[in-house]
Design a protein. Structure first.
Length: 422
């Protein structure tokens, strides 16, 4: 259940009221605040707005107008809240609702009914709520659907997204060697688009909610502490400057649990030192996660501090995602991480086709190293040794369920671990 209240937060004599949205989700309290465009005086808000049995006609009219406006805004916010999953609600979402209140969306009759055209409206509407990476993914999916339309020789309308579409689209994707989980993500995103359209008054298929897809379990590849130690112990003579730079970033990521979009931005200005409860001086790094907007404070382990000391207090040089992924595969091979394990990697569908699809099979572990391996290694290695709530605070996952799914823990795994305490 969500609530809305209003505050006057300004030293000025007159200022816009602040709207606060408060709700509880997964035993965590959330509070987000944004400015409205309703300006009142400080005196009015503190002394006159809630005055009972006012006799002054102008004041009564003022109270009526303000209360009506605040009620209308509150109604729109709470109605939107009911139709949005809590994981997507943040300050950006709340600002978007306020913007939409003052600049209402187009009427359903003016919105495109074609799925491809609606993609553009959806992306523009969500631009302040979703990351650039998410926008890129939606555009990639849009191109896939354009190819599907050409294959099926028909234009997709939003109302056409039903169980028959699901079967046909799945068959097309499998025919073009898309991985099962890639297909699942695509169908779920299409459903998200259609539900957004439904919220805006566009008719959707009565079968929309019956379109069900499930992710296939995949191997969660991570580096053990022994393997991380092998990376640390590579002789300097075996590494070029670029490879050593990438190796150091890889170790840092394994001990901080952050995405490449965050750890590749680390610099010494983000560092500060404090005494913990035991009187030990610890080094913390504070930054804002690019994907979630969360402010993170992460303690640095000695392995990370050793890298900084070696580099005169500086972090390694930032490099592109592509170069990093290429370099750490080479570093892994030099470290001897060549054991064959089950996993998936992008492979060319045919020689010189320049079409790549994820393929599952047995590969040398070094071939499966990507920018995400450090984050998953941190979460997996420390799970069970550090309370899950503290690990989630470092990784930035929204819920414990998401965290456990991320490291591949099933209900059976949790039950077996519980027996250790019996």
């Amino acid at each position: 259940m969500a609530t809305v209240n209003y505050l006057y937060r300004s030293n000025k004599d007159k200022a816009p009221l602040i709207l606060r949205l408060l709700f509880r989700y997964n035993e965590t309290d959330f509070v987000f605040g944004v400015k409205t465009k309703l300006e009142v005086s400080k005196i009015y808000w503190s002394k006159e707005h809630n005055k009972k049995r006012a006799k002054d006609v102008d004041l009564i009219n003022k109270q009526t107008d303000v209360n009506k406006e605040l009620a209308n805004i509150k109604t729109q916010i709470l109605d939107s809240f009911k139709n949005t999953h809590p994981d997507f609600i943040n300050k950006g979402w709340l600002q978007a609702q306020i913007d939409n209140y003052y600049n209402p969306r187009q009427q359903a009759s003016e919105l495109p009914k074609e799925l491809i055209k609606y993609f553009d409206f959806f992306i523009e509407d969500k631009r302040n709520e979703i990351s650039k990476n998410s926008i890129k993914k939606y555009n990639v999916l849009k191109q896939l659907l354009i190819r599907y339309e050409a294959y099926s020789k028909r234009q997709l309308l939003i109302i056409d997204i039903n169980t028959n579409f699901k079967k046909s689209f799945e068959n097309y994707c499998l025919l073009n060697l898309y991985a099962p989980n890639t297909i699942v993500r695509a169908i779920r995103s299409v459903k998200t688009i259609c539900k957004h359209a439904k919220y805006n008054g566009i008719e959707t298929s009565h079968q929309l909610d019956n379109i069900k897809v499930r992710y296939n379990k995949v191997e969660n590849i991570y580096l053990t502490f022994d393997e991380i130690e092998k990376l640390e112990n590579i002789k300097k003579s075996k590494l070029t400057e670029s490879l050593e730079n990438a190796r150091d970033w890889l170790i840092i990521s394994c001990y901080t649990g952050q995405r490449i979009s965050d750890f590749m931005r680390f610099n010494k200005k983000m560092l500060r030192q404090e005494l913990n409860k035991k009187g030990k001086l610890i080094t913390l790094i504070e930054f804002t996660q690019k994907k979630t907007g969360k402010i993170m404070t992460v303690p640095l382990k000695q392995e990370v501090l050793d890298i900084l000391k070696k580099r005169n207090g500086e972090f390694p040089n930032p490099i592109s995602d592509q170069k990093y992924n290429n370099y750490i595969k080479k570093v892994g091979r030099i470290a001897g991480l060549t054991e064959k394990v089950n996993g998936s990697k992008k492979l060319e569908t045919a020689p010189d086709s320049k079409i790549y699809r994820k393929t599952t099979g047995l590969f040398e572990k070094c071939e499966l190293l990507t920018s995400h391996i450090g984050r998953r290694s941190f979460a997996t290695n420390f799970y069970g040794d550090i309370p899950t709530t503290l690990l989630i605070n470092v990784t930035g996952h929204s819920t414990e369920a998401m965290f456990l799914s991320y490291i591949g823990k099933s209900n059976k795994d949790l039950a077996m671990e519980l027996t250790n305490y019996f």
